[in-house]
Write a protein that binds this ligand. Structure first.
Ligand code: GLV
Ligand code: MN
Ligand code: MN
Length: 411
């Protein structure tokens, strides 16, 4: 019989293997629809089959492995397999692989629960390619917005084209959701991506909810010109306008407790050292636990962007890429997860999630719960992301205990 430590060691090895599955040679990047994403899905599908699961892909390319139970109901476990650019190895894959490890334990004991356990590996949570997050889980939850199909990534390929070339069906995304009638719930294991558990010296924590977020593409248009001949007076430098806006974003978030706002990507056109930038595109990511506060801040920044552009004789374009509300986890399912943590002898620490997670979409069709795993110094979205094998063993134990408690709670 495989021990928890061996099972955790296997999860760590698999995180390493997926960490080498990248679209770029020198860093980890696995955007939706890429060859690397295809290889990651194929690899995980192979592990799912070895664990006795039936495997399918849905109309978007989300990977689903099902370990049948005795009855017709289903408990979902999972997370995502896509990554940010220059990513760590654990954000997403850890949740999929811990779920898989729990199924492997059932298979080893030849055990069938009264419900099926379905492991879901979502194909786009980060939004790396199209700047909009939760695409995979929004399709799964039946809340996909068809208005996004025309979005273009940096390579000029639309979302619709990317779905088709990944083997999916863009016309079926709106109705491609999982019927929620048989679902008992969705539980996601994820690295904390923050420092709280490490400070408290706890391996795991129980999530109370996920804060809301807005993402937008913001363009400033000025006039390109010769860097040596156009006098400073009267220039319409789009990058200077963008720089003013970036600082306004920082000031807005600093002035509002609990708010975080980031400009993580910026591109200047034509992008030559001796040309005044004529056009700049940047990304905005703004988050807060209170949706009204977030919405007010976004509306005000939109005005600020218009004002900056107008004052500099330029234009501003604003494209909303993503808007998701703050979502609490389900109290009933979360109580079972907390009990699983306590049953294993750990103090139950409850904490909110600053990061977005697929659980936020799944909440539309099923009760959700999330378990955070301590990570070193809270570092994430960074290749230095690190978790301890011992903590992964605890996550496997807690999730396995949680499955038992779900079984018992059904009477
Ligand atoms: C996902 O990792 C997000 O919160 O951006
Ligand atoms: Mn992430
Ligand atoms: Mn994640």
């Amino acid at each position: 019989m495989i021990t928890d430590a061996q099972s955790a060691a296997r999860v760590m090895e698999r995180c390493e293997a997926l960490g080498r599955t990248s679209e770029e040679p020198d860093l980890l990047a696995r955007p939706y629809g890429s060859q690397a994403m295809r290889r990651a899905n194929d690899t995980v599908a192979g592990w799912m089959r070895e664990a006795g699961m039936g495997v399918q892909s849905d109309v978007f390319g989300n990977l689903l492995g099902r370990y049948e139970g005795i009855g017709n109901e289903t408990l979902l476990l999972g997370s995502h397999l896509d990554t940010v650019r220059d990513a760590g190895k654990y954000d997403g894959p850890l949740g999929v692989l811990v779920a898989l490890a729990c199924v492997e334990r059932l298979q080893e004991r030849n055990e069938r629960l009264p419900f099926a356990v379905e492991v879901v590996a979502f194909a786009d949570e980060e939004g790396l390619r199209f700047g909009t997050t939760f695409l995979g889980s929004s399709v799964f939850a039946g809340s996909f917005d068809p208005g996004l199909l025309g979005l273009e990534g940096a390579d000029g390929v639309t979302l619709a084209e990317a779905v088709r070339s990944f083997g999916g069906d863009p016309d079926a995304l709106v109705d491609g959701g999982r019927d929620g009638d048989d679902l008992l719930g969705y539980c996601e294991v994820h690295i904390e991506q923050g420092p709280v558990l490490e400070r408290l010296d706890l391996p795991v924590g129980v999530v109370t909810g996920i804060q809301g977020q807005t993402r937008a593409s913001v363009d400033f248009v000025g006039e390109a010109g010769h860097a040596g001949t156009v006098p400073m007076e009267g220039r319409r430098d789009a990058l200077c306008a963008a720089a003013e806006f970036v600082l306004a974003v920082e000031e807005t978030a600093r002035g509002q407790p609990g708010m975080v706002a980031t400009v993580g990507h910026i591109a200047a056109h034509p992008g030559a050292g001796n040309v005044i930038p004529g056009e700049v595109s940047l990304s905005l990511d703004l988050r807060h636990g209170d949706d009204r506060v977030r919405e007010r801040a976004v509306a005000s920044l939109r005005e600020t962007a218009r004002g900056i552009a107008a004052d500099r004789g330029g234009e501003n374009r604003w494209q909303l890429r993503q808007e998701s509300s703050a979502v609490p986890t389900d109290p009933g399912l979360t109580a079972l997860l907390a009990r699983a943590v306590a049953d294993l002898g750990y103090r139950v620490e409850r904490l909110p999630s600053g990061a977005g997670h697929d659980a936020a979409q799944l909440a539309e069709i099923a009760p959700t719960a999330m378990l955070f795993v301590r990570c070193e110094k809270g570092i994430s979205h960074n290749p230095a992301e690190s978790v301890e094998q011992e903590d992964v063993a605890v996550a496997i134990e807690v999730t396995s205990r949680f499955l038992k408690l779900v079984e018992e709670s059904r009477g």
